[in-house]
Write a protein that binds this ligand. Sequence first.
Ligand code: ADP
Ligand code: ASP
Ligand code: MG
Length: 404
Amino acid sequence: MSLIVQKFGGSSVANAERVMNVARIVTETSKAGNDVVVVVSAQGDTTDDLIEKAAEINKKPSKREMDMLLSAGEQISIALLAMAVEKLGFPVCSLLGWQAGFQTNSGHGSARIKKVTGERIRQELAKKNIVIVAGFQGINKYDDITTLGRGGSDTSAVAIAAALHADRCQIFTDVEGVYTADPRKVKSAVKLSEITYDEMLELATLGAQVLNNRSVEMAKKYGVVLEVLSSMVRSPGTIVKEKTKMEKMLIRGVTKDTNCARISVIGVPNVPGIAYKIFGRLAAKNVNVDIILQSVGRNDTKDITFTTSADQVDQTVEALNEIDFLEGIKIEVDDKNVAKISAVGAGMETHPGVAAKMFEALFEADINIQMISTSEIKISVLIDKADADKAVEAVHNAFIPEIG
Ligand code: ADP
Ligand code: ASP
Ligand code: MG
C-alpha cells in the first residue's frame, strides 16, 4: 500500500461539478488500495474576493485579521470536498491546518512552516479515512491562524508529503503540466516530461505560477518528487526531481513577472561606499533586490537603478528615506509599467550565445531592453510591461527548435 498526497488548486474545485470530479479522482486512488491525503485551495477566485472584501472595510487591516479572513476560503473547500467524498460512499475526514499539525512562525501573510506533526492525519488514515487538509494555513505559537503566502497550498502539500514520507506527491491543476511558457499565453508552448528542482525553482521564482517557489525549495530539501498534472484531462504530467535525463535542451522555459518595480536613486556622489550603504540598508529591511545597474551621471555623481518586487516598494522607499546622505536626492519609482522576462535552463551554462539569441529575438520584435541580469541558469531582462506577452512569445519562439 502506498501513501499518496494529492493537491488540487482553486480552479480544480471552483464549482460543485469540479468538486465532484476531484472526489472521483481521490476515491479512485483510495479504491486502488492507497492511503490518500488531499490538500485543497480555496474555490476559484475566493481568496481574491476575500482580499477585496477586506479592502472595502479597511485599506490597511492587520495581518493577523487578514489571515483569519483568508484561511476561511480553504475551510469551505475541505468541507465541500469531504461531503462529495461521503456522497461517493467513502469514509472521509476534513482537517484545518492546525488540526493537521501545521506549525508555523508568526510571519502573518507569508508564514514559514516550522513543523508538520501530522499526528491527526496518521490517526485518521489508520481509521481508513481519506484525509482532506486545508492548504495555505497553519498556526503560530500563540495559537493564531497564519497563512503561507499566495499559492501556498502547493507548499502545504509538499510539507505533508515530506513529514509523512509519502510515496507520491501529485499537484493537480488546470493545465497538463509544466510547459516551456504559460500555455494559456503561448500557443507553441511544449509540455515538459521532466524538470529538475533547480530549473523549476528558477521558473517559479521568475513568474511561472504553476508551482509556488517555496514548494519547490521544500521538495528539493526533502527529496519529494513532484508530479504536476491536470485535474480535468487524464494524461501524464511533468515530473519535478533532482536529476533528469540529459536532453539537448538549452532552455527549459520563458517566464514573465509583472510583479516588479524599477527604482532609481539619481545623482548620488561618485565615491566609494555608496552602494554598500544603500543595499546594506535595504538588506536590513528585508528588501529583495534583483537587477542592479549603476551609471555615471553628471558632475561627479552616479545613478543607481535596481529592481524589486512591486509589493516591496513601500518598504524600499521607507528604507531609502532613512539614509541621511540621500536626503534631497531624487528617487524615482516605477511599479506600473515594467515587466521582467526570463529564459531559464541549466543548459545555457555551457552554451555561449544564449544571451545574444535572446537579445536578437527582442530586437526583431522591436522591444527595448531597460536592464539585464544573468546567472548560469537564467537570463532576465526588464522591459516595458505593455510588451511583456509579445516578448515572451518572441523569446520562446527563438529557442523553440532546441525544445522538445
Ligand atoms: P492552481 O489554482 O491549480 O494552483 P495556478 O493558477 O496557481 O493553479 O497555476 C496554474 C496556472 O499557471 C496555469 O493556468 C497557467 O496559466 C499558469 N502558468 C504560467 N506559467 C506556466 C508554465 N510554464 N507551465 C504551466 N502553467 C503555467
Ligand atoms: N488560496 C490561496 C491563494 O489563492 C492559496 C493557493 O491557492 O495555493 O493564494
Ligand atoms: Mg497555485
